[in-house]
Design a protein around this ligand. Structure first.
Ligand code: NAD
Length: 296
């Protein structure tokens, strides 16, 4: 069992840290919000007084932070950067969703200092974090992946080696860009059918059995009350927020811009989600893009 420093105990990090405790690891936790720390400490983790305190004697350090600037600051550019205090043989796993360029840069700085840093963003949302069923997309060497996998197995079901440093973040952006495109396309098709007199449940079933079949129709129908237990049937509460999809589409557009890879559908989805967010829908589930089409 390892000594693990876990920093960033929000909606995702909190339940992920609890799963590491349940697996028998010694988990030292830190967050800027004391209430977030308390929630995890009541489940058996140890409160650290600072990020340095959580990291310096740990075999593994995991971060789950909002963005690239938080990650770079914590490890590299703050007054007491974690790269200056961690053990030389530490494995550092950043599971935050951040821009691939920062992930690569921080990993390269780690390597210069003889440290091991992998990017390992997740898919599966808050429910997956709580259930320990996340998918991890790891960017790093094969050796780093082999070292990280047994730890990530405690928090996820599918652990992928996406490729070298930064590849985890790129894979995550590709997936979420595709998800936004297929959700918007599904909403558009359902709306056109309904506006022409079709029952959304009947149309959904037809498309499910036809060539338009996709994940949104199978698991996450965006039209209210077609499917039970999904955000569209609960006023678009819970699930994966428009704010987070907007963030991920911004990261995808950065990758497109930096690499020259054409993403016309992704750019269109980014515009749609920007418009949707600008109407105050940021906190709703991303399938609420349906309401942008519905003429009510
Ligand atoms: P969150 O805002 O709930 O949690 C982030 C936590 O980091 C907060 O508690 C904040 O206090 C803490 N934090 C920020 N800077 C810190 C610092 N310097 N030291 C210690 N703690 C610090 O966010 P979340 O929903 O848990 O998401 C975390 C990451 O996971 C994001 O990058 C997000 O894009 C990604 N993600 C989220 C979801 C989701 O459904 N929520 C799904 C997949 C990926």
């Amino acid at each position: 069992m390892a000594v693990i420093g876990f920093i960033g105990l929000g909606n995702m990090g909190g339940p992920m840290a609890i799963n590491l405790v349940k697996a028998g690891h010694t988990v030292k936790v830190f967050d800027l919000f004391p209430e977030a720390v308390d929630k995890v400490v009541t489940q058996g983790a140890t409160a650290a007084g600072s990020a340095v305190d959580a990291a310096q004697e740990s075999d593994v350090v995991i971060t789950m932070l909002p963005s690239g600037k938080h990650v770079e600051s914590l490890y590299v550019s703050s007054d007491q950067p974690l790269f200056d205090v961690v053990k030389k043989d530490v494995l550092i796993i950043d599971s935050s969703t951040i821009d691939a360029a920062t992930a690569k840069k921080v990993s390269a700085i780690a390597a210069e200092q003889g440290l091991s840093f992998v990017d390992a963003p997740v898919s599966g949302g808050v429910a997956g974090a709580a259930a320990g069923t996340l998918a991890f997309m790891v960017g790093g060497t094969k050796d780093q992946f082999d070292q990280a996998k047994p730890i990530l197995d405690n928090m996820g079901l599918n652990i992928f080696h996406a490729g070298p440093s930064g590849a985890g973040q790129i894979a995550k952006c590709c997936n979420n860009m595709l998800l936004s495109v297929l959700m918007a396309g599904t909403a558009e098709a359902l709306n056109m059918g309904v506006e022409n007199g079709l029952d959304p449940a009947v149309l959904s079933e037809i498309m499910l059995q036809s060539s338009g079949n996709n994940w949104a129709l199978q698991k996450y129908n965006p039209y209210p009350n077609v499917m039970e237990g999904v955000p569209s049937s609960n006023d678009y509460q819970g699930g994966f927020q428009v704010d987070l999809m907007y963030k991920d589409l911004g990261l995808a557009m950065d990758i497109s811009h930096q690499s020259g890879a054409a993403t016309p559908m992704g750019a269109q989805a980014k515009s749609l989600y920007t418009m949707h967010k600008s109407k105050g829908n940021g906190p709703l589930d991303f399938s609420s893009i349906m309401t942008l089409y519905r003429n009510e």
